[in-house]
Design a protein around this ligand. Sequence first.
Ligand SMILES: [Zn+2]
Ligand SMILES: [Zn+2]
Length: 408
Amino acid sequence: MSDITAIETVLGDDSLHGITKRQQIFELLCAKPQRGAGVAAEYLAETEDEAGADYVAQYLALIPGAHAEKTRAAERLRQAGVLARAAAWLVPWLPDELLDGFVSDYLAETKPSASPASSVVYSIGLFQPDRLRPYADRLEPHMRRALLSGAPDELVDAFLRVWQETHDLSRLEALALIRTDHARERLLAARDTVDEPADWEELMELAGTLPDSGRPSGFRPAHMAFIVDKGEGPHVVGGPFQGDVPVCLECEEPAERVLDLAAASLPFGLKNDASFFWYACECEATDSTTVRITPDGGTHVYFGPAAPASDTGSLVPGGERALVIEEHPNQVGISDEAMAGNSQHQVGGLPQWITVDRHPRCPECGTYMPFLASIGGDLTPFGELGFEGCLYGFWCDDCCVSSTKYQS
Ligand SMILES: [Zn+2]
Ligand SMILES: [Zn+2]
């Protein structure tokens, strides 16, 4: 049976739920050479199946690189009626002319919201807001928040005027999400106009500056990150860990090390490798873990009980995997909120919160910690992660302390 026929057979099996079909297609593609990119592009070049196109494009978005295959697939999807929607997954890798093509398809519709290109255009707003900005007044309202990222200084000043007149804090939040030097300067100067110091501090972190130290609240450049097989990248995802870890306050199950970032393989000038920890149980007894990596390679756990890590991990499918990174198309930072279970991982840049939240303080030096990485739950090419929301990792490199915050 050809690879394409095998995918079609899974899709045609009425006894399977959509989620099971997707999982089986992922397994099938993952076992192919080049992580299945070629087979996926071949399938997308000819399919008429809307669900199939969506699953396979979603799979392609979980693997790094493969620009040629992703572009070939998107070019064909653009010509395939409602199937064009699936190209939204591929936007970070597509060439400018093709992205502009989707935008003109969308704008040419008498009712753009009904256009299959609508979801592609929304995604272009997230990853390349500058491309979409000239057409801002012709876009659907839900697309406009994405365009805050890197918006011109006049918009910063306009938000500030409305804030001064109305004291509507959402205007200052919009200003913070613009994340340019001008936005940060204006927010800094507006400090005394915000009643609650904590509100102003949160906005500063969101805009890209830690409110106490004045240091950046994230590392540059920003990267998208991808879970690949063990040994295929310098950073470790899941797998065994030697040392004490936090323990769930309810079921007493030890947490697992989700991610270990190799400092020497990152362009951030970090001195120490950073490790992040989370729970495999579903008790949700706490929303964060805080751990110091000690000079002897051991750990110290803050704010709760600790126990040795268990030998078997269940957060990451198949045990130990690796992480590779690719420069993010939006270096300013995506300004729209993340959706739970969107499976996007990030290293560097600023956090794309599901709900805007504070950065934690380092328990050693007492200063606010910069964001370093996030792991979005749900899907990997190898199966599902053991959590659904998103883990946000903060790191104090001077003290070797990590804080991992969970949102769903
Ligand atoms: Zn538990
Ligand atoms: Zn510290």
